[in-house]
Design a protein around this ligand. Structure first.
Ligand SMILES: Cc1ncc(COP(=O)(O)O)c(C=O)c1O
Length: 317
């Protein structure tokens, strides 16, 4: 495989550069966004919390009445093989997609006899993990906007399902790019903060950290890790309804995701928010949680920091 390709895909067991991978135009994942997925990343070459991601993938599959085309053990082995075989130096992101598979045009899922799996392995592009995610950074944060687009109601396409049908979040993210911001925060139908387009959101006020209730959002793996680490460290972290105005009076705001880790947010809708308002600096709880997250990564994946680490260079195949 030529090493110039930076995205590789394992389609039902065959790994090729993305440009050579083939799926049918009649795959309902492509036709209707009828698929679910997970995105994980490696640290020191090891996928972080792969088991939890596969658990959540199974929950998403159950919610859309879809089965894996292989056993969970085989899928896990396929992820590990894909991560280790692709000729990419350094840590990678892996996107595991399970799609409805090929069937006639139409909405009858019983006419798609076999689901498909695809495992995309790609380089962590510069900026994919913002330097602000590192506890050793200069403490600057990213900017976010509150999107005009609301998060889907859990009574429609429940955000708990990590669905490949992502247009709602794509529209929300356009609000961020239009404003030159790095993330868009979506409100739920009741007008409370829900989550970012690809992240969960947290605010800290008076030494307490709050995040929206898990109902009506994607219950992030990183969010879950923060609950565990905060409890062990004695940092009070709870769930509540957060009105968007709370962002502007918060001491600290941050977002979390598997690719980025814990990222301080210091501007919302163009206004400085939080602890170091004028200087645009993260607050002490954000830094502490970044350190705890980095230490957890180190415990699970054997050393290093969550900043992009490099695997030993390997021969292109
Ligand atoms: C909508 C949404 N919310 C939250 C997250 C963060 O979840 P995790 O920490 O499991 O990556 C993601 C990740 O892609 C997401 O797409």
């Amino acid at each position: 495989m030529p090493s110039t390709h930076r995205i590789f895909v394992n389609v039902n067991g065959t790994i090729t550069p993305a440009e050579e991978a083939r799926i049918s135009p009649l795959d309902h994942g492509f036709l209707y966004g009828d698929s679910v997925y997970e995105t994980i990343r490696t640290y020191h070459g090891l996928p972080f919390l792969l088991g939890r991601h596969l658990d959540r993938l199974q929950r998403s599959l159950d919610r859309i009445f879809l089965s894996l085309p292989v056993s969970r053990r085989e899928l896990e082995a396929a992820v590990l093989r894909s991560v280790s075989e692709v000729p990419i130096d350094g840590d990678v992101a892996a996107r595991i997609v399970v799609s409805r598979g090929v069937g006639p045009i139409g909405l009858d899922v019983t006419r798609c006899p076999r689901s498909e799996y695809l495992i995309y392995i790609f380089e962590l592009a510069p900026g994919a993990v913002p330097p602000e995610a590192s506890p050793e950074s200069d403490g600057k944060g990213i900017s976010a906007v509150i999107s005009k687009t609301r998060r889907n109601s859990p009574r429609a396409l429940d955000p708990a399902i990590k669905s490949g049908n992502f247009l709602n979040n794509i529209l929300a993210y356009k609000d961020a790019t239009d404003a030159g911001a790095q993330e868009a925060l979506l409100l739920n139908a009741e007008g409370y903060l829900a989550e970012g387009t690809t992240s969960n959101v947290f605010v800290a006020k008076n030494d307490l950290v709050w995040t929206p209730h898990a109902f009506g959002i994607l219950d992030g793996i990183t969010r879950g890790v923060l609950f565990e680490e905060a409890a062990l460290a004695g940092i009070p972290l709870g769930e509540t309804n957060i009105p968007p105005e709370a962002l502007f009076s918060a001491d600290e705001v941050f977002i979390t995701s598997s690719i980025r880790g814990v990222v301080p947010v210091t501007r919302v809708n163009g206004r400085a928010v939080g602890f170091g308002t004028a200087a645009g600096l993260r607050g002490p709880l954000t830094k502490r949680l970044q350190e705890l997250y980095a230490a957890r990564v180190e415990r699970e994946c054997g050393g290093g920091s969550p900043a992009p680490a490099r695997k030993p260079a390997r021969q292109a195949r």
